[in-house]
Design a protein around this ligand. Structure first.
Ligand SMILES: [Zn+2]
Length: 525
């Protein structure tokens, strides 16, 4: 702030030209708002943007020539699993390259119900160790429930519920943005709607969001639409904004259901409720041949127990029958891409291997599963990308004005390294599902507004200087399902809190990220 005052003094100070620490000169500027692009300069002093407008003769220590480049607010990723990066013992890894190389400066963490309620101490720890991106923390319902109830499959007692609520209130008072839940996952799945709503109320009271990885994104238990209605009901009862994570219609039985899904959310919005969502631009989720096809009872007891059942003709008949149905629900043998490294089947679909081996697809799957790893504890090469979403559903969800960009980035899936440039290349340039302006808006300002992240997401004087400069043709993904850890290309410069964090696709070694805690809510006194 001191710097800001100094710069404006100098700017007013008669003859001498204005000064800044950094000038990003002559780029095509998208401010993050619903506004057309304009060519001009962005100036930074300290950790703030001090000027956005037509080019002028400002003196600066550092000049980034951005002619022909796009200049935008650093991207905000609404749903991430970055723990192996930001919590690594290696300071270079903590720079968080997978995200920086995409132009992402801020990531939402603690999602799917896993965030710690000890928000302040965790924020301190991350900042002290040095991280490359800003983080926006959520408290996780799962972490809270497990601390109080362990893995118990029952409702909490009155005292236990009070303790769950106390932990959420504490986390909210320490600066969390809300409560996340992952009701699909045990032990979170053991909680009934009422319990989740009662706990989420502690977030709602303090203007926090309820962020939901739904109980069912497919037809695994209550079904996608009932599950969406449950999230909306929890928000109503909790008095909290509802946000649905990685919104999708998963599995062949759900293909074409996006209109129903959107109608359900639009109805709640029309009735005055604040319901939003994020989405990743991938048709495949990461899984394995066993997890996606073999029934749960047949993998119980581990790999050796599964193989023993394969060798038992009576059990095998039953397994084969259930695997056939699971393969149908997944979308058939063409929809499973085998991505384990160093195998004869790497990069082939299950259908292709069935043809090669002259086997039925289920028998090809079993042949793959029968090859053990060195330790004999797991199949050696069972990883798959499961193409289980329909393009028409993804497109329709993408166009909704209440949906923002997320990666759901986790290890092993290319979305960790390539989501934002893939969205840009596939859904802006190759097929015009979004305009460039919409792509940027839903990856910056709209996300900041939705999560109420103060002074981020926009290029304007006074905002924090998170700024990306990228090449409109060269900005592209390099990771794919076979090579999931290739950093994306095309980001010329990324500033995080006014400091250059990435230059020409390589990290600068500067850990400029901060834990962005919310100001203490009024209810916390
Ligand atoms: Zn999730």
């Amino acid at each position: 702030m001191k710097r800001l005052a100094l710069v404006s003094l100098l700017a007013i100070g008669a003859a001498s030209p204005p000064q800044a620490d950094v000038v990003i000169r002559g780029g095509t500027i998208y401010s993050g708002a619903d506004a057309p692009a304009a060519v001009g300069d962005v100036e930074i002093a300290g950790d703030r943007i001090v000027y956005v407008g037509p080019s002028r003769a400002t003196k600066a220590r550092q000049v980034v020539e951005a002619k022909g480049k796009i200049v935008a607010p650093g991207f905000i990723d609404a749903h991430t699993h970055p723990d192996s990066y930001i919590r690594s013992a290696d300071p270079k890894v903590r720079l968080n390259l997978p995200w920086l190389a995409q132009g992402v400066s801020t990531i939402v963490i603690g999602v799917d119900g896993y965030g710690t309620p000890d928000v302040r101490s965790d924020a301190r720890k991350l900042e002290r160790s040095g991280i490359g991106t800003n983080v926006v923390p959520f408290i996780g319902f799962g972490a809270v429930r497990q601390r109080v109830l362990g893995k118990a499959d029952r409702a909490p007692s009155a005292a236990e519920l009070a303790e769950e609520k106390r932990l959420v209130a504490k986390g909210m008072c320490e600066g969390a943005y809300g409560l996340s839940a992952g009701l699909f996952y045990p032990p979170q799945s053991f909680a009934k709607t009422e319990e989740v709503a009662a706990v989420a109320r502690e977030a709602g009271k303090r203007e926090g969001m309820y962020d939901s990885h739904q109980r069912d994104e497919s037809n695994y238990n209550i079904g996608l639409i009932a599950s969406t209605k449950e999230a909306i009901e929890i928000g109503q009862k909790a008095g909290a904004r509802v946000h649905i994570a990685h919104l999708k219609a998963l599995g062949v039985d759900l293909h074409g259901k996006a209109p129903d899904l959107i109608r359900t959310i639009a109805a709640a919005r029309a009735a005055g409720q604040d319901v939003t969502a994020d989405q990743y631009p991938w048709l495949a989720s990461g899984s394995s041949v066993d997890a996606s096809l073999v029934p749960a009872w047949a993998v119980d007891g581990g790999y050796k127990a599964m193989i023993a059942r394969f060798d038992d003709p009576a059990a095998m008949a039953k397994i084969r029958h259930e695997m056939r149905e699971n393969l149908r629900r997944r979308g058939g043998a063409d929809s499973l891409l085998l991505i384990a490294q160093g195998q004869p089947w790497t990069g082939k679909t299950l259908a292709q291997m069935a043809t090669t081996w002259k086997l039925a697809p289920i028998d090809a799957a079993i042949r793959i599963l029968r090859v053990p790893n060195k330790a004999g504890t797991d199949p050696a090469g069972a990883a798959v990308a499961s193409f289980n979403m329909a393009e028409r559903d993804v497109d329709l969800i993408m166009k909704q004005p209440w949906v923002v960009t997320s990666s759901d980035g986790s290890n092993g899936h290319p979305r960790q390294y390539a989501t934002f440039p893939k969205l840009y290349q596939d859904y802006v340039r190759k097929r015009p599902v979004l305009t460039i302006g919409e792509f940027i808006r839903r990856s910056t300002g709209r996300t900041a507004d939705m999560y109420r992240i103060k002074d981020r997401g926009y290029l304007k004087a006074g905002a924090f200087a998170d700024v990306v400069v990228f090449d409109p043709t060269g900005y592209a993904p390099r990771a794919d399902f076979i090579h999931p850890r290739e950093p994306s290309a095309g980001v010329t410069a990324l500033f995080v809190n006014g400091r250059l964090a990435l230059k020409d696709g390589a990290t600068t070694g500067t850990a400029a990220g901060r834990a962005l805690l919310r100001p203490t809510p009024a209810e916390c006194q």
